[in-house]
Design a protein around this ligand. Structure first.
Ligand code: PMP
Length: 374
């Protein structure tokens, strides 16, 4: 078997144990004589699977009982418009723009603004950072001006492309927002560290990084925010209808929910999100520590306190070496290190499923490459 160290930003590496379990159960799930893919979503067996997935996720994130857990489709991108359509209630909503994904969230919300409610940018780091188009740090307090009447305040807590992460679990932002519910896109760092769910009105995440296969989006929504959807809402997009139907108004992405459930069980075996945080911290310290100590051969442009533990973009001092770096890395079994096209350079995504050993292999390769090309 030839597995590579996969640094893809998403879809990304899954724990090998999970893949092996899914393989072993692929054609005959628990003696049912069929694959999870072949089961009715209304049957008892799939009921067991989705109920366990929800219970384990609630356990991992300590989700309070007044929050619904929804298994949705359409990617996090669909949620960008679904959220104002469900939560804005014809009022204006505040958005913080700190990278490509929060910017996209604004653009999608603007498309539905005529029926959902106005979109207001309450702070943006665009063009304020160290690189040309900005987005190399989170917002400073004085750069945020909140509307106390806003329907919600949207924030992307880990910007996957630029590698900017909110480090304090939004403690500060939630305190400032007061009664305005925080809505957080946690797609690229959910389950990588503990969160206080009660600080948020809603948390959502596309599955394909820290949860499971793409095609599934998980939303955790405070119950009192449900039931405000615009009247013309298609039923498949209405959070309240999803909640009333246990995420099964129609056929859900059953296999994705099943694999995500296996990931949740794997996370519990690792010691849960607090244990994951310790490992993720060590991985990030190792990689950033090496980059910062490389005498400028490698560089990460993000302000140190705002650096993401999940997505580590870096550039080579001599960008003419980019292609050879990527080619040699691939030959050394280190895959998908090419940076996003909007920032260039490299990016190592080191989600939960990437062990410390994989980051060590990357750092050793980077050291060797610098030695040979410095
Ligand atoms: N938000 C964030 C933070 C992301 O990283 C991504 C995908 N990389 C998205 C939203 C969009 O997700 P999807 O492709 O599932 O629509």
């Amino acid at each position: 078997m030839a597995r590579v160290w996969n640094f893809s930003a998403g879809p990304s590496a899954l724990p090998l144990e999970v893949l092996e379990q899914a393989r072993d159960e692929l054609t005959d799930w628990h003696g049912s004589g069929m694959s999870v893919m072949e089961m009715s979503h209304r049957g008892k067996d799939f009921g067991t699977i989705i109920d366990a997935a929800e219970a384990d996720l609630r356990d991992l994130l300590d989700v309070p009982t007044n929050y619904k857990v929804l298994f949705l489709q359409g990617g996090a991108t669909q949620l960008f418009s679904q959220i104002p359509l469900n939560l804005a209630d014809s009022r204006s909503a505040d958005y913080l723009v700190t990278g490509s994904w929060s910017k996209k969230a604004v653009e999608e919300a603007q498309r539905v603004a005529p029926i959902a409610g106005a979109v207001r940018v309450a702070g943006s780091t665009a063009a304020k950072g160290a690189v040309a188009d900005g987005f190399t740090r989170f917002l400073r307090d004085e750069e945020i001006s909140l509307d106390p009447q806003a329907a919600f305040l949207h924030v992307c807590t880990n910007e996957t492309i630029y590698g900017v992460e909110v480090q304090d679990d939004c403690a500060h932002l939630a305190a400032r927002a007061g009664a305005v519910p925080l809505v957080a896109d946690m797609s690229s760092h959910i389950l990588s560290r503990p969160v206080d769910v009660s600080r948020y009105g809603m948390i959502y995440a596309g599955a394909q990084k820290n949860i499971g296969p793409s095609g599934l989006v998980i939303a955790i929504v405070r119950e009192d925010l449900l039931g405000r959807a615009v009247k013309t809402m298609p039923s498949t997009m209405d959070f309240a209808i999803a909640a009333e139907n246990g995420s099964m108004l129609n056929t859900p992405p059953t296999f994705g929910i099943y694999v995500s459930g296996l990931v949740f069980q794997w996370l519990k075996r690792q010691g849960g999100v607090a244990a994951m945080e310790q490992i993720n911290r060590r991985k990030a310290e190792l990689l950033y520590g090496y980059i910062d100590g490389s005498n400028g051969f490698y560089r990460n442009p993000v302000d140190v306190p705002d650096r993401s533990r999940m997505n580590v973009p870096f550039t080579l001092q001599n960008s003419a070496l980019d292609d050879v770096f990527l080619k040699e890395a691939q030959a050394a079994g280190l895959h998908a290190l090419k940076g996003h096209k909007s920032v260039g350079g490299m990016r190592a995504s080191i989600y939960n499923a990437m062990p410390l050993e994989g980051v060590q292999a990357l750092v050793e390769f980077m050291q060797d490459f610098a030695r040979r090309n410095g």
